[in-house]
Design a protein around this ligand. Structure first.
Ligand code: TXA
Ligand code: MG
Length: 330
């Protein structure tokens, strides 16, 4: 295994897919692209590899991981699907949707990966490289976002490298991701519940279920003790720079994260500005969100002022991540 400061970034080709699958089989850690964000993958059945993964991310071990599989058939080996879960899987997999289901009796996912819960989070990613790696490896792969715990999620191989070089074995470069925010997580309980807004808009899920998704009993953003989706810590997505939401003007020393073609008051020649989507397209904004937060964080501005983003479609996920970014880190 190659764990030094020169963690290689492999170009996307068959050799990289084979190297990634071999690395997983040997208990190694890989950075790889999914359509939502880059993942940090480990063999889901290997507790030693998973322990290494938690260590590499600096992640609290009570925070369970998503098992990535190649198709619905593989998903059925680890999770028990009721009718609504099957309908969602058939409608949206492969794609940016994670289902939380009861574990099967012989579920091979290690207890460490599910943090001892009797449920398991499962996703079939759509990115062609992720699919090839899963096929070549042949088993479930747990993969949190490939960033240090508490940092902004990575949307390019370079982001993964800047957080995790020297801590993981290799990174497969699939270019910038298409979606840009993590998968939507639905808990398939008695009544389906939206555990995390994400890359699949709520409305599309509710159309298939023909009912509204329930909200978790505690707003996870406000409760970091025992949240239902335990990874939804309030400060999960925080840059180092303070973030100020719903800005209509820019103050001295602030950088601006803009949206749409409106103009914030107070901008001058020294204001660093990045626009999530000048034409007000929420999908484009999601794809840019984490990269722009990282870039503005690196400017050492006093704060990042963020203009309001509408709440429909992917706006729900974008606003969720921005709210967490604004809460700062513990
Ligand atoms: O788009 C994504 O989902 C990306 C890519 C790499 O697939 N992965 C990702 O993983 O965002 P992560 O570890 O950053 O977020 C996983 C979330 C956490 O909030 C965790 O608490 C929740 O899934 N989760 C995992 N298993 C769960 C379970 N059994 N019950 C409730 N929540 C669960
Ligand atoms: Mg994450």
């Amino acid at each position: 295994m190659n764990v030094d400061l020169t963690t290689p970034i492999l170009p996307a080709n068959e050799a990289a897919v084979a190297a990634a699958a071999r690395c997983l089989a040997e208990g190694g850690l890989i950075g790889f692209p999914t359509e939502t964000v880059y993942g940090l993958g480990a063999d889901a059945t290997n507790p030693v590899a998973i322990a290494r993964l938690y260590e590499a991310k600096g992640r609290p071990a009570f925070n369970p991981l998503i098992a990535h599989v190649g198709d619905l058939e593989a998903a059925r080996r680890i999770g028990r699907f009721d009718a609504p879960a099957t309908a969602l899987a058939e409608a949206f997999w492969p794609g940016p949707l994670t289902l939380v289901l009861p574990r099967t009796q012989d579920c091979a996912v290690a207890d460490l990966a599910t943090a001892g819960l009797d449920t398991v989070a499962i996703r079939v990613p759509a990115h062609p490289l992720a699919r090839k790696i899963l096929r070549a490896f042949g088993g479930p792969v747990v993969a949190p976002s490939a960033n240090l715990s508490g940092h902004v999620s990575p949307t390019t191989a370079a982001h993964v490298h800047s957080d995790l070089a020297g801590r993981i074995d290799l990174i497969v470069d699939g270019g910038a991701v298409a979606v840009g925010v993590e998968s939507t997580i639905v808990g398939c309980f008695e009544t389906p519940m939206l555990l995390r807004p994400g890359g699949l808009p709520r409305g599309e899920i509710e159309r298939v279920l023909d009912r509204p998704l329930m909200r978790p009993p505690n707003d996870p953003a406000g409760d970091t003790s025992q949240p239902l989706a335990p990874g939804m810590l309030a400060s999960h997505y925080a840059p180092r720079t303070p973030v100020r939401l719903n800005a209509v003007s820019v103050e001295a020393g602030e950088a601006l994260l803009a949206f749409g073609n409106g103009v914030a008051a107070g901008i001058d020649a020294t204001t660093v500005t990045m626009n999530l989507s000048k034409r007000g397209d929420l999908n484009e904004a999601a794809a840019h969100l984490f990269g722009y937060l990282r870039a503005l964080d690196a400017t050492r501005a006093r704060a990042i002022a963020v203009m309001a983003v509408p709440h429909h479609g992917l706006g729900e996920a974008i606003n969720d991540r921005l709210r967490r970014a604004a809460m700062g880190r513990e």
